[in-house]
Design a protein around this ligand. Structure first.
Ligand code: GLN
Length: 485
């Protein structure tokens, strides 16, 4: 067993007792990346020299008071780190060799506790996608079957975590981008309540939905990371001024008496029966553990995709405006005029999916259409949010599938954007409502493909879903299975 397969909790215990060093741990991750990444293409920028020199300094100090001290991690390539190339996996920044002069709040908070940054992971271009196939660096492959996608957009972070290339990885989730790749790759992922973590220094896709979270090997590790990165940030006005509970302290309280709801709208025609039975079996497991499982209804679920794919492109069209080749983005030679300059920079810099969303969003926000599309979509968003508020009046946690199928084949949806959007059917309502969702492994489909489930909680309710996730994980051990790479 390589050191890089340790959990954060496991590695911390050994670091503290000086059984291993941060340098050894970092080297183990680097070796694993050099080996496994040839097959999965999860890491697109390697920062190994810096990582090793930081690890050596941490060892020399020898103080491992914080559980993340000396722990190597990877960040999705939308997190700015001072002095480290950051591209959002888009040619518009890659061609420019963009290097941010500052840190995102999240990487800054991890630096403050001396976690070791190894580099950047692959993502769909500006996080737009569900398969990592829209990246200018090419698709990330599922560690369980490299002819399949790792999911997306945080596919690089999920695949790297599942393949033990790091101890954990940072991701973002605007419509499922942490939960779905976690489910396809068989790792654990947390999409927090909107505003629980800071978006400062993370390249935006849709600012009213983007949330910063993590992919890890087990629920306890998620709790440890969340503890370090959560909380009010003066640099992001949308972070909530609410206390951050002690997540690890309540993790082991069990689920006796907890009310868990199964939303009937999340078991639909066309979904893979293996996914349905794995999620229903998880509900059964909760019953055995002493929870009360009941049916709940989220009646507006069927409208969520349509609303999401109006709101997101609208915000995209605004957020992408800064990449004009002047403020941000690559420069072009010999333009005929200013408009020609913009046109050349943007048409050669952005990929097809980004362009599609800019056009849809510009249309949806234009005079005469704003009321028909954008305003309507916002109304639907409120209805979806109310569905959850009502459901949480009767249950503590909602248990649902994440994706209708396990990881699909590379190229399966590339010519059909609508089919790709439908992959998000179970994930986007959670972002529209702004609530937290924990994704964890709950079984395997034919061909050894992981299946994930999501535990949803009320606003700011990360504590209860972590607790429920931990209890399930202890009883089942799906998360212990590793891909043969
Ligand atoms: N697949 C969704 C989309 O393409 C979600 C992406 C995300 O969460 N970043 O918008």
């Amino acid at each position: 067993m390589t050191l890089s397969s340790l959990t954060i909790g496991g590695a911390h215990a050994q670091l503290k007792e000086k059984k291993i060093s941060s340098e050894e741990l970092t080297r183990a991750c680097i070796e694993r990346i050099e080996h496994a990444d040839k097959s999965i293409n999860a890491v697109i920028h390697k920062n190994f020299d810096r990582a090793l020199s930081e690890a050596k300094k941490i060892d020399a100090k020898g103080v491992f008071a914080h559980p993340l001290t000396g722990i190597p991690y990877l960040a999705k390539d939308v997190f700015c780190e001072a002095g480290v190339p950051t591209t959002a996996c888009s040619n518009i920044l890659r061609n420019k060799d963009y290097v941010p002069p500052f840190d995102s709040t999240t990487t800054q908070r991890l630096r403050a506790v001396s976690a070791v940054s190894l580099g950047k992971t692959n993502t769909d271009e500006f996080t737009m996608g569900a398969s990592t196939e829209t990246s200018c660096f090419g698709a990330t492959r599922c560690p369980w079957d490299t002819s399949r996608v790792a999911g997306g957009s945080s596919g690089g972070s999920a695949a790297a975590t599942a393949a033990d290339e790091c101890l954990f990885a940072l991701g973002t989730d605007t419509g499922g981008s942490i939960r779905q790749p976690a489910s396809f790759c068989g790792c654990t992922g947390m999409k927090v309540t909107y505003g629980r973590t800071s978006r400062f220094g993370v390249m935006s896709m849709a600012s009213s939905l983007d949330s910063i979270g993590t992919l890890a090997k087990c629920v306890e590790d998620v709790a440890i990371i969340l503890q370090a990165i959560a909380g009010k940030d003066p640099l992001d006005a949308t972070t909530g001024d609410v206390p951050v509970p002690n997540y690890t302290a309540t993790l082991k309280k069990g689920v006796k008496g907890l009310k868990i709801g199964l939303p009937k709208e999340y078991f639909i025609k066309g979904m893979d029966p293996q996914v349905e039975s794995a999620v229903r079996a998880a509900a059964e497991e909760y019953r055995k553990l002493g929870a009360q499982v009941t049916d709940v209804s989220l009646p507006h679920s069927q409208y969520a995709i349509a609303a999401y794919y109006v709101i997101v492109p609208s915000e995209v069209s605004s957020n992408m405006a800064r990449y004009d080749g002047v403020r941000y983005g690559h420069t072009v030679n010999d333009p005929q005029s200013l408009v020609d300059y913009y046109e050349k920079a943007r048409s050669s810099g952005f990929g097809a999916e980004v362009k599609r969303r800019i056009m849809i969003g510009t249309f949806a926000l234009s005079a005469g259409y704003y009321d028909a599309y954008y305003r309507q979509a916002q109304k639907v968003r409120t209805l979806v949010k109310r569905d959850f508020e009502e459901a949480f009046g009767g249950v503590d946690v909602i248990l649902a599938p994440i994706a209708p199928t396990p990881a699909f084949k590379i190229g399966a949806h590339t010519d059909d954007p609508l089919a790709m959007y439908l992959e998000d059917v179970f994930t986007v309502p959670i972002n529209l409502a702004g609530i937290p969702g924990l994704s964890l492994p709950c079984g395997f489909a034919k061909g050894d493909l992981p299946i994930g489930m999501q535990l949803l909680g009320p606003q700011w309710g990360e504590e209860v879903i972590l607790r429920a996730g931990y209890a399930y994980e202890q009883a089942t051990q799906w998360h212990m299975r590793k891909p043969a790479l």
